[in-house]
Design a protein around this ligand. Sequence first.
Ligand SMILES: Nc1ncnc2c1ncn2[C@@H]1O[C@H](COP(=O)(O)OP(=O)(O)O)[C@@H](O)[C@H]1O
Ligand SMILES: O=C(O)[C@@H](O)C(=O)COP(=O)(O)O
Length: 425
Amino acid sequence: MMSRRLGCIADDYTGATDLCSMLVRAGRRVIQCFGVPDPDQRIDLQDADAVVVALKSRSIAADKAVKQSLDALHFLQSWGADRFFYKYCSTFDSTNQGNIGPVADALAAELGVEQLFFCPAFPENGRTVHCGHLFVNGVLLSESGMRDHPLNPMTDSNLVRVLQAQTACPAGWLSTHARREPASASRIVVDAITDDDLQSAASLASEHLLLTGGSAIARYWAEAIGIRRSGRWDAGAMNASDRVAFNGTDRGATSDNCVVLAGSCSDATRIQVAEFEKTHPAWHLNVADQASPDLIAEETLRWCEEQWSQSNQPLLISSAANPEVVAAARARWGEWEAASRTESIFASVASGLAERGIRRLIVAGGETSGTVVGALKIPAVRIGYEIAPGVPWVTSTGSPSISLALKSGNFGGPRFFFDALETSP
Ligand SMILES: Nc1ncnc2c1ncn2[C@@H]1O[C@H](COP(=O)(O)OP(=O)(O)O)[C@@H](O)[C@H]1O
Ligand SMILES: O=C(O)[C@@H](O)C(=O)COP(=O)(O)O
């Protein structure tokens, strides 16, 4: 079989990292780019089997999401990709107008594809699809926590109906058990309850030029379509010059230091924060404070320096340890301003940590990860060890390199931060 290269477009940063880790599991060399790379960024993609362009297009206006996705597609074609995957959330998050339908339609039109599968199921993380309905850990999507998502509340579990509202093409669903495709539909939600189902779906789609879904199907599809397999990269180790830069800092940090930045408001992250602060120093941001984000960040960095002067324990900085602190910030600033202030604080803290020599960060939250990666001006990462399903360590390309664990808010068990530390590069 011809050796193929896979080009992927993901609608958020942690979702992209999740996808990368599944492709790495399947023995591929994967590079994740944050945004469509500029030619002058000179990211070396030659040795990659798959390239994932991570966008922040999940909740923006549909026309903008379409434009960015088409730009990403053209970039991936110029790199040499000959199969394409569009990654969205395993909980099918979208606004009422999109963006899953409009983006999928635009990519299909550009590639001349008529029939398209939608396969969000991620059984390992409790997301299953049965008769076109999505379940999260055995509960209908519309009865899960996603019902109250701040940006994209998901109140209908029937994905055919959700998708049909976003596309002019006829939507239907397919059970791989029946091996029966809906006669008139060209936008097809695929059932999957187990990984075996995903494998069957991947093999049904083996001639497809474009597939859409969550991360889990991508691993099997890469296999089914014969994507080049060059084996794993050692994406972990810090090089000697980075260590010199690191130890040259006079502000207390040492090469052992690692900082957890938790900006997710999800229950899973709250449990992880509570578990970690039982044994590690923790700083809780007071976003409701009237001080400017920069001042709050400076105060936070001073606290880090104090901690490093006493011990080299990993530190935790959290903004949303409980619903009350989030409610207080929102009551003071309004929902949008509170989130934007939180992100500004994390951006300044992340830059400040990097200036102080920190080269390992664990970040919880999709938006928070986007903010941190943006503040550190990281154009691309290589994918390393998988800490929990869908969350790998990644290391920035270029020098000085920095290692990051970018965690979707909902992912990982209670001891995720410990697991990340134990496996860190
Ligand atoms: N204390 C807070 N007050 C208001 N907004 C907050 C607070 N803490 C976090 N946020 C915001 O909540 C959002 C969490 O989203 P995100 O980082 O994507 O996590 P998740 O992956 O769980 O959705 C971010 O925009 C973050 O800035
Ligand atoms: O598919 C998934 O569940 C994840 O990859 C994902 O996209 C999660 O989204 P965020 O929680 O907003 O990071």
